[in-house]
Design a protein around this ligand. Structure first.
Ligand SMILES: [Zn+2]
Length: 72
């Protein structure tokens, strides 16, 4: 029988993360956002669109934050 993993390595910093963590599989919200940033900058190739509205919202927010010099 397959067992559900109780812990994984954080994809961003390789810290061990318990499956009960609220940011699982990331160790923290910061690592989650860093990982999203990699996706957004094209370091990862994805074949399907992002469907999680929260994820899109976070991406939009971080992009806005990074573009404060752009008055347009
Ligand atoms: Zn991490």
């Amino acid at each position: 029988m397959a067992t559900t993993p109780k812990a994984l390595f954080c994809p961003t910093c390789r810290t061990v993360v318990l499956a009960t963590g609220e940011d699982f599989p990331f160790c923290s919200n910061r690592c989650r956002i860093l990982d999203l940033g990699k996706w957004a900058s094209g370091d990862y190739k994805i074949s399907s669109p992002i469907q999680d509205p929260d994820m899109l919202e976070e991406l939009a927010r971080s992009n806005k934050h990074n573009r404060q010099n752009d008055d347009d």
